[in-house]
Design a binder for this molecule. Structure first.
Ligand SMILES: Nc1ncnc2c1ncn2[C@@H]1O[C@H](COP(=O)(O)OP(=O)(O)O)[C@@H](O)[C@H]1O
Ligand SMILES: [Mg+2]
Length: 579
């Protein structure tokens, strides 16, 4: 079982306590056996010898054994819980750390709900394997071996009867077990689909409502629910049959033992106490035999969960520091994009040979139709992805040859869609630079044209936003994201339609303030409204993964190509709005 090997490193820190737990549980099981063994002399003292002192002695011995057993059992149960809690927390910590280290491509192809389920449910299932299973196995092995040894020692002929019947019980248990497991797996799958639907609907609630797809989603949910019910009922039926069948077989076995053992007692080859203890031993043998089968299916289930969790851990981030990278010193901000090609999926080229240079102090605007590859280009500049051909140089260094974190620290990217973190507005701005002072935060907010609305918020900069907090408009979120980028004090600022939710006047105002603070550094701005960037030093028109036009506003207008037509349309729309 290869997946168990992956779990071993997580065991290592707790191995001493784990061994102790195993010893404790084996001790508990041993005492348990001995307690059962003591019923024989007790029963004989009562029925055959009728000796009150003997009865009292045996009873006192049993009670003291019982106390020791209880103490050991409390200890082992606590220790077991302690270990499994720690292991599960360690695995969760590890998976979470791995997760946010993975490259963007990974997140583009996964559903959020699925990842959450891995981290929460699947890792939770590992708890079973982490300690419950080994501890139970240790206990059962002691009981199985001990009880068998006692049985053989007490009366081997009677044992033969039992060993004919036990495999039958095990076989029946197995048959039911396989069926139950298959049904449980089906139920798990369907329940997972339910959470995916809920996740999709909740995160797209506006789309669901606006497209009036509530009924459709309800239908989708109900269909899966009926499957869950059908499978759940099948499982209930199997369970309902399972218990009487096993009970019948158990009683049958007990009757056989009493019949054959009873005749031995009558003949005097066995004492009544021995028969009594014998039946008890045979009884405790059935328990572990059944539990082992159940454990086996639990392990199978947990193994599936582990494979999924370790499957994620096995995925390597695509963007990593290659050996021998150098730290990127503070950059001036010259960007050179040299004939890059890129595709997310192999067959679909997104960028087809893009080249341009941006010098420190320049504002380069990128415009073009939706889907042309503008955001992709920014992702590559930030090195969220690497180009499949060509290279990107910053200050004449290939960005693949410098440390990623050092690079990321000097770039700020403001995406079009901004989700805020739970916490205050101040926390959200400070996210860009944890050591930013209150003055820096205030200054950044002013540049981002956010100070005014923040001040008007109930608690100013200490207003809690996001879930369970103040809900901000798209434009307000964008302003906070811009302030976050400014406190980072980047050498390179990438704005990806970062002001699209602002009105024209405040967009112009933010742009002006931004370009002022970024003076001497490099700004690449993907513009949503062409009218807001005509003062850019250079404008690149990106269409179908290529730069089709390049120049200043005036040269592009006189060129009378795609830019000119987009611009004219933009102006016309604005005039319509103004009128
Ligand atoms: N993560 C992704 N995986 C696959 N294709 C993507 C991904 N992101 C964007 N694309 C595709 O790349 C193309 C360019 O997208 P994008 O760079 O976002 O364009 P723009 O920002 O110019 O509107 C689009 O066809 C889009 O469908
Ligand atoms: Mg885009």
């Amino acid at each position: 079982m290869p997946s168990f090997r992956h779990l071993l490193p997580f065991f290592r820190p707790y191995r001493v306590n784990f061994m102790l737990t195993l010893l404790l549980v084996m001790g508990t099981a041993g005492i348990n056996l001995w307690l059962v063994r003591l019923t024989a002399p007790l029963w004989d003292a009562l029925t055959v010898h009728r000796d009150a002192t003997m009865v009292a002695q045996t009873a006192i011995m049993m009670v003291s054994f019982f106390f020791v057993q209880a103490a050991l059992s409390i200890w082992h149960l606590y220790l077991q819980a302690w270990i499994s809690q720690h292991i599960v927390a360690d695995v969760r910590r590890h998976v979470f750390q791995h997760l946010h280290g993975l490259s963007l491509n990974f997140f583009a192809t996964r559903r959020t709900g699925e990842l959450i389920s891995r981290l929460m449910n699947d890792v939770g299932t590992i708890q079973v394997i982490a300690t419950e299973t080994p501890v139970d196995v240790a206990k059962h092995v002691v009981i199985l071996c001990g009880a068998t040894a006692f049985l053989i020692y007490m009366n081997w002929k009677l044992c033969v009867v039992i060993f004919f019947l036990l495999p039958l019980l095990a076989l029946v248990g197995r048959l039911f077990g396989t069926r139950l497991k298959r049904l449980s797996l089906g139920i798990q799958d369907q329940t997972a689909s339910l959470s995916v639907i809920v996740e999709e609907v909740v995160s797209n609630i506006r789309v669901v409502k606006s497209c009036v797809q509530g009924d459709f989603e309800q239908q989708r949910f109900s269909t899966v629910l009926s499957q869950v019910i059908a499978l759940g009922l099948q499982r209930a039926m199997v369970l309902a049959l399972f218990i009487p069948v096993i009970t019948f077989l158990t009683f049958f076995a007990a009757a056989a033992v009493f019949f054959y053992g009873g005749s031995q007692v009558v003949r005097g080859t066995m004492t009544p106490g021995e028969l009594f203890a014998f039946v008890l031993f045979a009884g405790i043998l059935i328990g572990p035999a059944g539990s082992m089968a159940r454990l086996f299916s639990k392990v199978k289930e947990a193994q599936g969960a582990m494979e999924r969790v370790f499957g994620i851990l096995a995925i390597q981030p695509e963007i990593v520091d290659t050996p021998g990278v150098s730290e990127l010193p503070s950059i001036a901000g010259k960007i050179e994009v040299s004939n890059i090609y890129f595709s997310y999926q192999r067959e679909q080229p997104i960028l087809n040979g893009v080249s341009f240079v941006a010098y420190p102090g320049e504002v380069v605007a990128i415009v073009g139709p939706t889907g042309g590859g503008k955001s992709t280009l920014l992702n590559l500049l930030h090195r969220f992805y690497d180009p499949s051909q060509g290279a990107i140089f910053i200050d004449d260094r290939d960005i693949r040859t410098v440390g990623i974190e050092g690079l990321y620290r000097q770039i700020a990217l403001v995406p079009q869609e901004t989700m805020l973190f739970g916490g205050t507005i101040r926390d959200n701005i400070q996210y860009g630079n944890v050591s930013a002072t209150d003055e820096q935060i205030l200054e950044a907010s002013e540049i981002a044209d956010a100070h005014e609305f923040i001040q008007r918020s109930p608690d100013g900069y200490d207003t809690v936003v996001g879930e369970k907090g103040l809900t901000l408009s798209g434009g307000q979120r964008q302003r906070i994201a811009i302030a976050r980028a400014i406190v980072k004090n980047p050498r390179m600022l990438l704005l990806d339609e970062a002001t699209s939710s602002l009105d024209y006047e405040s967009e112009m105002c933010v742009h002006k303030a931004l370009f002022r603070v970024m003076a001497g550094r490099t700004v690449i701005v993907v513009a949503h409204r062409l009218t807001s960037i005509h003062h850019a030093n250079r404008i690149l028109v990106v269409d179908k993964g290529r730069i089709t036009e390049e120049g200043t506003h005036n040269t592009l207008i006189s060129h009378n190509g795609l830019y000119a037509s987009l611009y004219v349309r933009g102006v016309a729309e604005r005039e319509e709005v103004v009128q």
